[in-house]
Design a protein around this ligand. Structure first.
Ligand code: SF4
Length: 264
């Protein structure tokens, strides 16, 4: 029996570079089945569901990035959550991590609302796009290095397509940081050797290899429940990194008094 081309390990490497718009890239990634373990998991989770989400028709496919295709700021997480993005089909949507992230973006004036519950909930991001280096939900939220590398062409292409406008990236957690560096290099920015080390509050300027605008890379603890419940990452810490990165990217940010950009 002939193998489905989407199941080939080189499907991302073959299909991502030819995507000439972010919309096309977002559509293409949803067909990917290159990682057998993750395909099996995302579909098993959808079949078994969870009592709290009874009646949901799970997305159960790769979750594309979310936000405008001319974003100045990119936020890079780890991978969709099994009952979050894998259920709703949108990054950081329908789980506690997303609640924390979008509330912070809303406080900063970068999102139209704090709540993120479904693809049609009306949430709009202003100048910010949210994505992940691994587009399918992994068991125990732990992709393997091989799965991370297989998925990289999608992120590298996303960065390349955003290159005319993107000026800053926030990596949420060490996994996102480490996965991001080779993708950033593939998209045209120089990554120093030795590679910069992740830390909350870390900040590195990456020069463009063609003389274009540099990219400012920020580290932030991941918005996982483990980090937010224990207080390792507080809402104030998250807002601080996001607003600093957004200002660096040239985005209008709501100030501490709650005034700032007013958008509809
Ligand atoms: S994790 Fe990435 S490469 Fe693997 S199946 Fe999902 S979209 Fe494809």
């Amino acid at each position: 029996m002939r193998q489905d081309p989407a199941e080939s390990p080189d499907f991302p490497a073959r299909r991502a570079p030819g995507a000439h718009t972010v919309a096309v890239l977002d559509e293409r990634v949803t067909h990917c089945r290159a990682c057998p373990r993750l395909v099996a998991w995302r579909e098993q989770v959808a079949r078994e569901g969870r009592r709290a989400y009874a009646g949901w028709d799970y997305w159960a496919r790769p979750v594309p990035g979310f936000g405008p295709d001319d974003a100045a700021l990119l936020v890079v997480g780890l991978a969709p959550a099994a009952h979050g993005g894998n259920r709703t089909g949108r990054m950081f949507t329908g789980d506690r991590s997303g609640d924390v992230l979008y509330a912070a973006l809303h406080r900063a004036g970068l999102a139209s609302q704090a709540e993120a519950s479904a693809r049609d909930d009306g949430l709009t991001l202003y100048g910010v796009r949210v994505t992940a280096p691994v587009h399918c939900a992994p068991p125990a939220n732990r992709p393997t290095p091989g799965e991370r590398d297989t998925c990289r062409p999608w992120l590298a292409r996303e960065l390349a397509l955003l290159r005319p406008t993107v000026r800053a990236v926030v990596a949420l957690g060490a996994f996102g940081w480490q996965a991001l560096l080779p993708a950033v290099a593939a998209a045209g920015w120089a990554v120093p050797r030795p590679r910069p080390v992740f830390g909350h509050g870390a900040r590195v300027t990456l020069a463009a290899t063609d003389g274009g605008p540099p990219l400012e890379l920020f580290g932030c603890y991941h918005v996982s429940q483990r980090n937010t419940f224990t207080g390792l990452l507080t809402p104030a810490m998250l807002t601080e990194v996001l607003t600093t990165a957004a200002r660096t990217a040239g985005l209008p940010v709501r100030d501490d008094t709650g005034s700032g950009p007013h958008r509809r």
